[in-house]
Design a protein around this ligand. Sequence first.
Ligand code: HEC
Length: 135
Amino acid sequence: MSFTTGNRILAASMALALLAVIPATSPACADGDAAHGKEVFAKCALCHQIGEDARNNVGPALNGVYDAPAASRSGFNYSRALNEAGNNGLVWNAENLDNYLENPRGFLTGGRMAFAGIPSPDDRADIIAYLKQFP
Ligand code: HEC
C-alpha cells in the first residue's frame, strides 16, 4: 500500500517535472515579447518617438500606427511613395509591418526610411508587439 502510494507520488512529480520543462523549450510566442521589443526599439528611436508626448522627428511619431493606413500620422511630410501606398490601401497590419521592417527600401521603392532593416523575425515580432501597446 505505502509502496504504491509512493510510486504514484513519484509518477506525479515526474509529470510535474516534465511540465516545468516544456515552456522553456517551446517556440517563441507568435504574439511577440513587447518588453524585448522596447529594447529593440532603441534602433528606431534615432528617428521615431512613441508614447505620451511623442512628436514627429526624422520619422513620424508612431502612436496608433499599428493597423492604421500608411502615411496617416498627422503633420508628417511623407515621401510620395508612402503617400501613394497609403492611398492605394496599404495598412500597417502585422504582416505588412513585418515585411517593411525586414527591408524598408525593398518593401517600398522610393520610401524615405533610411534604415537597413531588422533581420531577426523574432525581433520584428517583438517590435510589433511593442507598437501595439500604443494604440
Ligand atoms: C534613419 C531614420 C529612421 C529609422 C532608424 C527608422 N525609421 Fe521608420 N521611418 C523613417 C522615415 C523618414 C519614415 C517616413 C518614410 C516615408 O515617408 O517614406 C518612416 C516610416 C515608418 C513607418 C510608417 C509610418 C506611417 O505613418 O506610415 C513605420 C511603421 C516605421 N517607420 C517604423 C519604424 C521602426 C519600427 C523602426 C525601427 C525598427 C524604424 N522605423 C526605424 C525613419 C526612420
